[in-house]
Design a binder for this molecule. Structure first.
Ligand SMILES: NC(=O)c1ccc[n+]([C@@H]2O[C@H](COP(=O)([O-])OP(=O)(O)OC[C@H]3O[C@@H](n4cnc5c(N)ncnc54)[C@H](O)[C@@H]3O)[C@@H](O)[C@H]2O)c1
Length: 250
């Protein structure tokens, strides 16, 4: 099960954190993986470790996305699996979130995956095969206090994923979102550093999950591996919560 031998995948934001774990999981299942990221140093190390290829890519740049798609198509012919994972966060309510913050998050979290998907999908439709996995967040299902810009973009990710799934279900395309709860990565460590008492903030963040702890990147990667595999052939348009029970209720 979950064999990806012969498949080609691109994972964005794969130099560290959840994206790195996804790249390692897909490669471990036999896929050739492009590690797309801004961070050349860390990304090249991951690519080398998994015998994939680093692709320098800022997903908020339309030109970068088009160049990445051209390179993948010219080197490998087709892309089977696109994992849109690159994302950035922000802390604030509407009162202390500027339009420029909202636009910055939108450019990476939403328009980035829109550009890449739009450029890859015509060839996927032509060959009637393509798997798209978009990393949203539990903040794309539920509001999180003090995260208006982040939640706005992640709700958009879930909506866009469902639209793509519906529009292209008969074209051999599957599109699913994964909605992690808090996962211990640099992303969360940077947020913690913004609090006056990071230790207390850590405990509070851990306790939002019903299981009382944060997740590990590998626990999200396992869900992505399932969705990317042909074992999930009947699964499209979902927003799969990998959240330690956060969304189950209080
Ligand atoms: N960590 C969590 O608790 C958590 C929870 C829910 C959802 N998520 C989502 O999971 C995804 C990955 O999060 P993470 O915790 O691994 O983050 P991270 O900050 O640890 O890693 C993000 C990676 O994306 C890269 N990146 C950032 N902007 C980019 C851009 N414009 N173009 C290309 N690459 C870029 C960074 O260089 C980094 O390697 C994000 O979409 C995030 O919103 C994270």
């Amino acid at each position: 099960m979950f064999d990806l031998t012969g498949k080609t995948a691109l994972v964005t934001g794969a130099a560290t954190g959840i994206g790195e774990a996804i790249a390692r999981a897909l490669s471990g299942a036999g896929a050739f993986v492009y590690v797309g990221d801004l961070n050349e140093e860390a990304g090249s190390k991951v690519a080398e470790a998994i015998e994939g290829e680093f692709l320098k890519l800022d997903v908020s740049s339309h030109d970068d996305s088009i160049a990445a798609v051209r390179k993948v198509h010219s080197d490998r012919g087709d892309l089977d699996i696109l994992v849109n994972n690159a994302g950035i966060g922000h802390v604030g309510t509407i009162l202390n979130t500027d339009a420029v913050d909202l636009e910055r998050l939108f450019a990476v979290n939403v328009r980035g995956m829109y550009d890449l998907t739009k450029a890859f999908i015509p060839k996927m439709i032509e060959r009637k095969y393509g798997v798209i996995v978009n990393i949203a967040s539990i903040g794309g299902i539920l509001a999180i206090r003090d995260r208006i810009a982040y939640c706005t973009t992640k709700f958009a990710v879930v909506g866009m994923t469902k639209c793509i799934a519906l529009d292209h279900a008969r074209d051999g395309i599957r599109a699913n979102a994964v909605c992690p709860g808090r996962v211990e990565t640099d992303f969360v460590r940077r947020r913690l550093a913004e609090y006056p008492d990071p230790g207390k903030a850590y405990e509070e963040m851990a306790s939002t999950q019903a299981v009382g702890r944060m997740g590990r990147p590998e626990e999200v990667a396992a869900a992505v591996l399932y969705l990317a595999s042909d074992e999930a052939a009947f699964v499209t348009g979902t927003a799969l919560e990998i959240d330690g029970g956060w969304a189950a209720g209080r």
